[in-house]
Structure formats: structure tokens, C-alpha cells
Design a protein around this ligand. Structure first.
Ligand SMILES: [Zn+2]
Length: 109
């Protein structure tokens, strides 16, 4: 499953062009360069990226209202979650079932 390997900036981040670069700067300035998901969780983390709150794949726009500053860790987690959702399952609730029909818990529990 893809997801956690996406800590690097993707190729198309550069391909967004000047309008995106401008919106990105405005969003970071508005959010004081702090990761918004971390802030909501009571943490103060510098943001290194700007995220679409509603992913473009789901009809989100480049409008400032749909942009939030985000740290690479939150961004990776959000992308992984969205990828999992797109595949119709969640990373957190992935459970395997044994031959007896009961869920098999990961080792080391
Ligand atoms: Zn964060």
C-alpha cells in the first residue's frame, strides 16, 4: 500500500505554477507558518507545506478557504488516509481474519 513513502514533495507540487505558489505563500502567512491540524490538536509545529482541505480529487479548489498550512507528517498521514478512503478502506481498521472467522490481532499486543 502506498502512503507513508510520500514524505518527499511530489513532482506536481512544482508543476502547479505561479498562481499556486502565490496562494501557498498567502495561506502560510495567514496561518503564521503553523501546521493547522497540529494546532487543533494543541501542538505548535512549523508548517512546511500547504494542503487542500478538500482534496482536488474530490472537487476541492485552490481557493484560500480550502487551503491550510500543514507539516510534512500531517500531510503524509492525511494523504495516506485519503488514499485508503479512495480504495474504500481505512488504514486504521485493517483487520485480518483467521481460519476460525475471528479477527487476528497484530503480534506484540
Ligand atoms: Zn502537523
Amino acid at each position: 500500500m502506498p502512503g507513508w513513502n510520500h514524505l518527499r514533495q511530489s513532482r506536481h507540487e512544482r508543476g502547479y505554477g505561479r498562481a499556486w505558489a502565490k496562494a501557498r505563500t498567502i495561506a502560510l502567512t495567514r496561518d503564521l507558518h503553523l501546521c493547522q491540524p497540529c494546532q487543533r490538536a494543541g501542538r505548535t509545529t512549523p508548517a512546511t507545506e500547504v494542503d487542500h482541505i478538500t482534496p482536488k480529487a474530490k472537487g476541492g479548489t485552490d481557493d484560500l478557504a480550502n487551503l491550510q498550512s500543514i507539516c510534512s507528517k500531517c500531510h503524509a498521514a492525511k494523504s495516506a488516509r485519503e488514499a485508503a478512503e479512495a480504495q474504500g478502506r481505512s488504514l486504521r481498521t485493517r483487520t485480518t481474519f483467521g481460519l476460525d472467522g475471528w479477527p487476528v490481532w497484530p503480534e506484540g499486543r
